[in-house]
Design a protein around this ligand. Structure first.
Ligand code: C5P
Length: 229
């Protein structure tokens, strides 16, 4: 079948489902581009706070989403970096606080609308792996393969806890579990682009399964659909 655009694989799911790690691994193995859409929402929240915007200012955050200078790339040592208006904010956007801020601004239609074009611009040859909450439902509804990753709330909290600890953040597991539950509820119940699997998504439960096995499953699905290699 001939294709008129580059292939797209979407990987959606709640926080701690492993979608970030798996999306990165799939992008690395295939040589495709990666869209970490959560980072865009985290950047909007950070830029809003830096500009001193009221946390309830939807229009102001929408303007920031449209105009911020967000860049994704790597440092000379090969590590992934994110810059906001020329400032390296890689670490600043990764805290659970930044995730909470992102989840608040992500509920606003003005912010989501302003980020739509930016996200779609990531779809380039040879292909795109798009990681987020609404990649398969709203941003790339015509994607060639849609994955929805889940895991039990206990396992997701443990994974996020380990990730944050590895980054030097001292956060208690019970507090983190509460924050994740709150963020998931907000993401699932918002009226615009709520977190849910697309009707044509392959749902994969990652509880107790090694990352490599899930990456292997996604690659198999890509091969079965003639997307790769
Ligand atoms: O994936 P990550 O944890 O970085 O996302 C942070 C927040 O950004 C999520 O809790 C969610 O509210 C929001 N988000 C979203 N849509 C996406 C990606 C992230 O609403 N596609």
């Amino acid at each position: 079948m001939s294709r008129t655009r580059s292939p797209i694989v979407t990987i959606d799911g709640p926080s701690g489902s492993g979608k970030g790690t798996i999306s990165r691994a799939v992008a690395r193995r295939t040589g495709w581009h990666l869209l970490d859409s959560g980072a865009l929402y985290r950047l909007v929240a950070l830029a809003g706070a830096t500009a001193g915007l009221e946390s309830v200012d939807e229009r102001g955050h929408g303007e920031i989403a449209a105009s911020m200078d967000a860049r994704f790339g790597s440092a000379p040592d090969g590590s992934e970096r994110v810059w906001l208006d020329g400032r390296d904010v890689t670490e600043a956007i990764r805290s659970e606080g930044a995730g909470q801020g992102a989840s608040r601004v992500a509920a606003w239609p003005a912010v989501r609308a302003a980020l739509l074009g930016r996200q779609r611009a990531f779809a380039r040859s040879p292909g795109l792996v798009a990681d987020g909450r609404d990649m398969g439902t709203v941003v790339f509804p015509g994607a060639d393969l849609k994955i929805f990753l889940t895991a039990t709330p206990e396992e997701r909290a443990l994974r996020r806890h380990k990730q944050l600890k590895d980054k030097g953040s001292d956060v208690s597991l019970p507090a983190l579990s509460r924050e994740i539950a709150e963020r998931d509820l907000r993401d699932q119940t918002r009226p615009v682009a709520p977190l849910r699997p697309a009707s044509d998504a392959c749902v994969i439960d990652s509880t107790g399964i090694k990352i490599e096995a899930i990456v292997g499953r996604v690659l198999e699905l890509m091969t079965a659909r003639c997307l790769w290699p």
